[in-house]
Design a protein around this ligand. Structure first.
Ligand code: C5P
Length: 223
């Protein structure tokens, strides 16, 4: 039996890596819902869309087409914004600095959630984000809520970003993570919270392999 698996949690907890590996082991589709909010943010930045102008936001959304594409031989799928592969650019700090404000706009969430639910209709999807277990797939057979110590998260994100943005500091990374977590947990529209039926996973002291074995065992119990 194929199920949907919802993975939520704070920024830079390694959710996407875990979700991608889990999907690969199960032969499921992996969807990084954060990449969708980041791609929308990139479009808004490029077109200077004022976030408090509901008409401009609606017009911008009607011009956005998002697609996940896979290249044979490349394990990671990439996200295309109106046909352009933006997977690299959406990871940059200028996008990270704005994404939580964009993701707090109700029209943006409705736009993204409708597409996420459509993708999950046939089951067999592992999706990670902030509201997957609470809003996108409230009936998911397995829900996981991931946490890790802030220092561990800062260190992981810093190492990831440093290669691409050599000038970046730990303080900047920490400030961005804390700001995003604050906006994500306090926004009015579908804030980040643990669904009542989600399993809690603190991965501060788990290796990637240990974590994968654990979540795979949970998934196999449900399928
Ligand atoms: O997962 P990632 O850190 O790439 O997500 C970027 C941002 O997108 C988050 O900080 C959050 O503001 C937003 N997001 C969201 N709901 C989701 C996924 C991401 O609000 N399901």
């Amino acid at each position: 039996m194929r199920i949907n698996i919802a993975i939520d949690g704070y920024s830079s907890c390694g959710k996407s890596t875990m979700a991608r590996e889990l999907a690969r082991e199960l032969g499921y589709t992996f969807i990084d819902s954060g990449a969708m909010y980041r791609a929308i943010t990139l479009y808004f930045l490029r077109h200077k869309v004022a976030l408090d102008d509901a008409t401009a936001v609606a017009a911008a959304l009607s011009n956005i087409q998002l697609r996940f594409e896979r290249t044979p031989g490349r394990e990671q799928s990439h996200i295309c914004l109106n046909g352009e592969d933006v997977s690299e650019e959406i990871r940059e700090m200028h996008v990270a600095g704005q994404v939580s404000a964009v993701a707090a706009i109700p029209a943006v969430r409705h736009f993204a959630v409708a597409q996420q639910q459509e993708i999950g209709r046939e089951k067999g999807v592992v999706m990670d984000g902030r509201d997957i277990g609470t809003v996108v797939f409230p009936d998911a057979a397995l829900k996981i809520f991931v946490t890790a110590d802030i220092q561990v998260r800062v260190q992981r994100r810093y190492e990831e970003l440093r290669a691409k943005e050599p000038g970046i500091t730990m303080e900047e990374v920490r400030a961005n993570l804390e700001a995003r977590d604050h906006i994500d947990t306090t926004r009015a529209e579908s804030p980040l919270r643990r669904a009542a039926d989600a399993v809690l996973l603190d991965n501060s002291r788990l290796s990637r392999e240990q974590q994968l074995m654990l979540v795979l065992s949970w998934a196999r119990e449900k399928t």
